[in-house]
Every structure is written in C-alpha cells, then in structure tokens.
Design a protein around this ligand. Structure first.
Ligand SMILES: [Mg+2]
Length: 285
C-alpha cells in the first residue's frame, strides 16, 4: 500500500452560524477550508482539513500540496515515519504557521487512511476509551451580536437541547469593566444557571484587565475563561490563573507541542486546549 495521489481544494463554508442562526459580523464572509484528499495505489482514501481563515488561504493550499507531494510512494500505515521525513525535508521552516497547518492536514489524512485500511473507525484505532465524548455549542454567542441577539441565541440553544455552550467577552465599542460584567450576566440569565457556559476572550485583555474583569464575573460561574491575554505571554497568563478562581483555558493560538511545555511549566493555564490544525504535527515529534 503506497500513497499514489494527493489532491487539494478550497471549500468556502458560509459564515452564518448554523446552531442558533445568528448573523455573521460580515454577511458576505465565508470560511475557506483547505481540504486534502489522498489515496493509495489500491484505492484507500484519506481526508484531512486545515484552516487559516485569512488572505493566505491560497498559500496554505499550495503548502499542503507541496508538502503532500513528498508523501507520494510512502506507506500510509506509518504516519510517524512520514512525519519524520517531512520534518527533515522542511528543515527550519517547520517552526510554525503555514507548514504546521499543512502538516496537520496531511497527518489527519494519513491516520484516516490507516484506519480505513484496517477497516476500523479511527476512534477504535486510537484506543477507543469512551463510547461518547462531550461537545459544546461554539460560535453562536459571539461578541459582535447585540445584547438582544445574544440573549435570543442563548435561549434558542437551550431550547434545542444544548447543555454546554460558549460566549465571548472583550466586546467591541464600550470597553469598560461594567459593560463586560453586564453582558456576562445577561448571557447567564438567558441560558440559565444549569447550563455550562464557557467564555472566550481571544487574547484581547491585558493580564491586569483579565484579573480585574475576571474577578467581577466570578458570580457568573463561567466554566472557563479562554485565551484571556496574549497566548505566548506565559508569565502574564500565570498571573491571571493564580489570581482567579475561574479556570483559565488556552492553547489554540500556539503551534506544535513545545509551547505547551512552557505553558505547563509556568502554570499559565488550568486547561490546555489543543487545536488539531495547529498542534497535531508537532515539529518536536
Ligand atoms: Mg478560542
């Protein structure tokens, strides 16, 4: 079994949020996903996806194609061997960014092929510890929505049976702590006390601001506060984590495995979040 074909395409998904039907910040926006389709000489197919979301989606697609071409002739049942070959081929350009995102799509496709070749679902191949995994509604309760829109969307998610969901703070416009607290309370009220509610800041607060607002919203009982400040400010994150009772989550904005070591050593986060596109194919193995 050898890899014989590597194909890529860009699929533009509508940005409209499907869970609560909330409007996107920009109605003409689409989400361009790079889809990788690999196949072996005996017809086993593997799919991988990766996402950049910016103006360089075309460059990401080219990167997936060019790195993917290096897998032709390789045995997809050995994804670790292929990852090693790719790391050697990429040299120092493997530090992060486009190459990591591209390698992640390849890694996904390889594991997909490996599982299909063995006629097993991937979850079983990876150990199959659980029958079910919890998920949460993400992307519906955005900071771009008005208070009315976000409250309506929250109620809709609850009606549709979601028990766990995520909202955002660091609102556009009025950046006062009072406004942030009012919004947090409004969302909590809309979804009810029994809903597990997470909150993403997307790196928009300073550490001191995170501590200040984080303390003021402790009563809102967020399950976690996510990416409260710059993702590689490990010391700043650690100050916030030490100061707040609410658990701090982070990890989506860093590439590979190495930053997680720094995060854990510095006690920067309570909950490490792994983004499969950014972290799967680590430069350090
Ligand atoms: Mg996030």
């Amino acid at each position: 079994m050898k890899i014989a074909r590597v194909k890529t395409e860009i699929v533009k998904l509508p940005a409209e949020e499907p869970l609560a039907g909330t409007p996107p910040a920009n109605p003409n926006e689409t989400r361009p996903i790079v889809v990788l389709d690999m196949a072996t000489d005996d017809g086993v197919e593997g799919l991988g996806v990766t996402y950049f979301g910016g103006a360089m989606t075309g460059a990401l697609r080219t990167t997936v194609e060019e790195i993917g071409a290096l897998t032709i002739g390789e045995d997809p049942s050995r994804p670790e061997r292929i990852a090693m070959k790719l790391r050697e081929a990429l040299g120092t350009s493997v530090l992060g960014g486009l190459t990591t995102l591209a390698q992640s799509a390849i890694d996904m496709a390889l594991w997909d092929m490996r599982a299909k070749a063995l006629n097993l679902p991937l979850w079983r191949l990876l150990g199959g510890a659980r029958e079910r995994v919890p998920t949460y509604a993400s992307g519906a309760l955005m900071r771009s929505l008005t208070d009315d829109q976000v409250a309506k969307a929250g109620r809709k998610l609850v009606e549709r049976g979601f028990h766990q969901m995520k909202t955002q703070l660091a609102l556009p416009g009025d950046t006062s702590p009072a406004r942030e607290v009012a919004r947090a309370q409004l969302v909590r009220e809309a979804v009810g006390a029994d809903t597990t509610l997470m909150c993403d800041i997307n790196q928009r607060w300073r550490p001191e601001q995170a501590i200040d607002i984080g303390r003021r919203v402790e009563d809102v009982n967020f399950f976690w506060l996510e990416d409260v400040t710059t993702a590689d400010d490990f010391a700043g994150l650690a100050r916030v984590t030490a100061a707040l009772k609410t658990p701090i989550a982070g990890g989506e904005y860093v590439y590979g495995i190495a930053p997680f070591r720094h995060m854990l050593e510095a006690h920067s986060v309570d909950i490490p979040m792994v983004d499969l596109c950014a972290s799967a194919a680590s430069p350090s193995g």
